[in-house]
Write a protein that binds this ligand. Structure first.
Ligand SMILES: Cc1cc2nc3c(=O)[nH]c(=O)nc-3n(C[C@H](O)[C@H](O)[C@H](O)COP(=O)(O)OP(=O)(O)OC[C@H]3O[C@@H](n4cnc5c(N)ncnc54)[C@H](O)[C@@H]3O)c2cc1C
Length: 425
């Protein structure tokens, strides 16, 4: 009979993967349940969407990652709920999974903030499918413009990015480069200056989490590279061929990319537990759910806060550290020891604006811009990519892109956007 306690980890993102790895060698059976059979490195999704990288280069099969972890079993399943009294999780198809300890790390979903038409017409950037669809969609607009140049006047080459946070900025920088260096050569009949990248940001600043000096650098760099930046401006409605702004302006476009925000995974709504801002699950200082000391929450799903009650941001590093902390608390409980408060060690934040241009904000006031920041960004992103093969491929691709100004395969692939539950066997 199996006497070992069962630790179930839900989600194979940064938080779930780190939690599962931290439990390696622990005298417990770990069951990792995720709705996709691979881990996605979300910070590089925009590079797939702009044909700088191929989808496979930023993803890794979960079974491959854990080949050597003897105490771990993977289950491809979409979790639909948790029965706290029975200590089981319900999955969409198949029998429930029993747990003694549970780590919830199902991440976040796109938040459209009830903007009319956004969910129907805007293009999200949250999954690999989103990125591949967006890449194909963008190329298709140029194909349409080359077939019928009158469509350019109708806004077919206007690309509107909603949200001037790091993702919107990275996407904008990469789009203009792709257009100027590659699309211009692919479509010689189109005057590339007619393609417009427009960033709409409701705040009066881009990349709000960064210091003013870095924000100014970002604004000036993007503007110099031809991005049209609208600050203090909000999207009020999205339609199939136009986007309406708070100021009353309507921009004709078929491409509205939604990078404006996320909310906790919809799984959170099904649990009957307390939720905070962005529907994130309220947690105790040790990351357990109030009243459920053997259930922990990590990553984007958790409303973890610092000692002053300030929520930690939804970032990869927070996910990694909360995942590790949750797993360590379970090891403590298994040993009969008390749990500890989670304290985030902020390693800094970075964003890339384009070729040779990035911003980096590190602890102790260290700030970098331009080429040095870009090099540090490249190095750190390579380091955190899962799998040696991915790292090597990405490095080769980046070097190729840098020296040849080329981009990888620019394929239009007909996919349909799946639901989070559609990957189950
Ligand atoms: C486009 C983009 C760019 C970003 N750029 C940066 C950046 O530059 N730097 C940075 O620090 N952060 C960045 N982030 C944020 C960062 O990626 C997230 O904070 C991080 O991925 C959160 O990790 P997580 O493990 O909580 O969730 P995720 O990585 O989202 O993983 C969630 C996991 O849960 C699974 N799952 C979801 N629902 C279910 C379910 N019902 N049942 C079973 N499994 C389920 C998913 O399949 C997935 O495996 C970016 C995010 C996006 C979308």
């Amino acid at each position: 009979m199996n006497e070992r306690p069962v630790v179930v980890v839900i989600g194979a993102g940064f938080a779930g993967l780190t939690a599962a790895r931290t439990l390696r060698g622990v005298a417990a059976d770990v069951v990792l349940v995720a709705s996709r059979n691979y881990h996605t490195f979300q910070p590089l999704l925009y590079q797939v969407a702009t044909a700088a990288l191929e989808p496979e280069e930023i993803a890794h099969a979960v079974r491959g990652i854990f080949q050597r972890q003897r105490n771990l079993r993977f289950r491809l399943a979409a979790v639909t709920g948790v029965d706290f009294a029975a200590s089981t999780i319900a999955v969409r198809s198949g029998p429930p999974v029993r747990f003694d300890y549970l780590i919830l790390a199902a991440g976040a979903d796109v938040a459209y903030f009830d903007v009319p038409g956004a969910a129907e017409h805007a293009l999200p950037l949250k999954s690999l499918e989103d990125a591949v669809l967006l890449r194909g969609h963008v190329i298709r607009q140029f194909e349409a413009a080359s077939t019928d140049p009158a469509l350019i006047d109708a806004g077919v080459l206007n690309f509107v990015l909603v949200g001037g946070g790091p993702t919107g900025v990275e996407m904008a920088g990469s789009l203009v480069e792709w257009f100027d260096r590659v699309i211009a050569r692919d479509f010689p009949s189109i005057d590339i200056r007619r393609a417009r990248v427009i960033v709409v940001e409701a705040l009066d600043r881009l990349v709000a989490p960064f210091d003013e000096q870095l924000r100014r650098y970002t604004f000036a760099t993007l503007q110099r590279r031809g991005v049209d930046i609208r600050l203090g401006e909000a999207v009020t409605r999205v339609e199939a061929e136009t986007v309406a702004l708070k100021s009353g302006e309507a921009i004709p476009t078929r491409t509205v990319v939604w990078t404006a925000g996320v909310r906790a995974s919809h799984l959170a709504d099904a649990l009957g537990v307390s939720q905070g801002r962005g529907r994130r699950i309220t947690v105790e200082p040790d990351l357990s759910i109030p009243g459920h000391p053997r259930v922990f929450v990590a990553g984007d799903l958790a409303a973890s806060t610092d000692a002053a009650g300030q929520p930690y941001p939804q970032l990869a590093q927070v996910a990694i550290q909360t995942g590790r902390h949750a797993a360590r608390q379970i090891v403590k409980l298994l040993a009969g020891a008390p749990t500890e408060r989670f304290v985030y060690k902020d390693p800094g934040i970075m964003a890339v604006i384009g070729r040779g241009a990035a911003i980096a904000q590190f602890p102790f006031g260290l700030r970098l811009t331009g080429f040095p920041a870009w090099l540090v960004w490249l190095f750190l992103h390579l380091m955190y990519l899962v799998g040696f093969r991915n790292r090597l491929n990405v490095l080769i691709n980046w070097a190729w892109n840098y020296f040849t100004y080329d981009r990888s395969a620019r394929l239009i692939m007909e996919l349909s956007r799946p639901k989070e539950t559609d990957h189950e066997p």
